[in-house]
Ligand binder design. Sequence first.
Ligand code: E4P
Length: 217
Amino acid sequence: MKFFIDTANLAQIKEAQDLGILDGVTTNPSLMAKEGITGRDNILKHYVDICNIVDGDVSAEVIATDFEGMVKEGEQLASLHQQIVVKIPVIKEGIKAIKYFTDNGIKTNCTLVFSAGQALLAAKAGATYVSPFIGRLDDISSDGLNLIADIRLIYDNYGYETQILAASVRHSMHIIDCAKLGADVMTGPLLSIVGLLKHPLTDLGLAQFLADYNKGN
Ligand code: E4P
C-alpha cells in the first residue's frame, strides 16, 4: 500500500519523507488555509515547495467548478511540476475534466467521493486516483470502510486501473483496515502514520534489552 501524507505542513511532510516510507502528498484548500497559505501565487509556490521535498505524487486541487475553468487551472497546476496530480471534485463538470486530463496524459485525483456510484464514474473517466473520504462518512454514522470494500469489489470486477486512495483517514486503525480491504493508497495525518509503530511491548522489550546490556558493560 502506498502511504501519502494529508497536510500542507512542510515540516511534517519533511518528517514523513525522512522516515523513508512516504509515497506522496495530498492537500486541499482547507489544509492550505490551515498553514496560512493564501493567495494564488503563494499557493502555487507552496505546491512546488512540497514537490521539492517528496519524490512521489502531490495532489493539487482546482478551485473552479466549471469544465473550462477546471481545465485551465488544472493545466496550470500540472505545468508547475511533473509530480503534480490535478485534484478534481466528483461533480458533473469534474468528470468531464477528468476525462479531458486522462486523454491528455495528465494524472488526476477524483476527490470528495462518498458513494460507490461516484467512484464508478471516476474510474470510467480514467481517474488515476479516487479519494473516498472514510472519516467524514464515519462522522455521520455511516461506515467509511464499507465504501472502500464496495469500490474494491467493483474495480476488481471490471479491472479498472484507478487506484483507491483512502482519504480522510483519522487514525492508525483506519490504515490497517484499509490495507486489509486492499486500498491501493491511504492518505492521513503524520500522527496516524507514526501511530502504527506504537506498542507497549516494544517499549518494554527495548527497555529490558538495554537494561540487560548495560549490566555487563
Ligand atoms: C483528501 O485528499 C482530503 O485532503 C482529506 O483526506 C480530508 O480529510 P478530513 O476529512 O480529515 O478533512
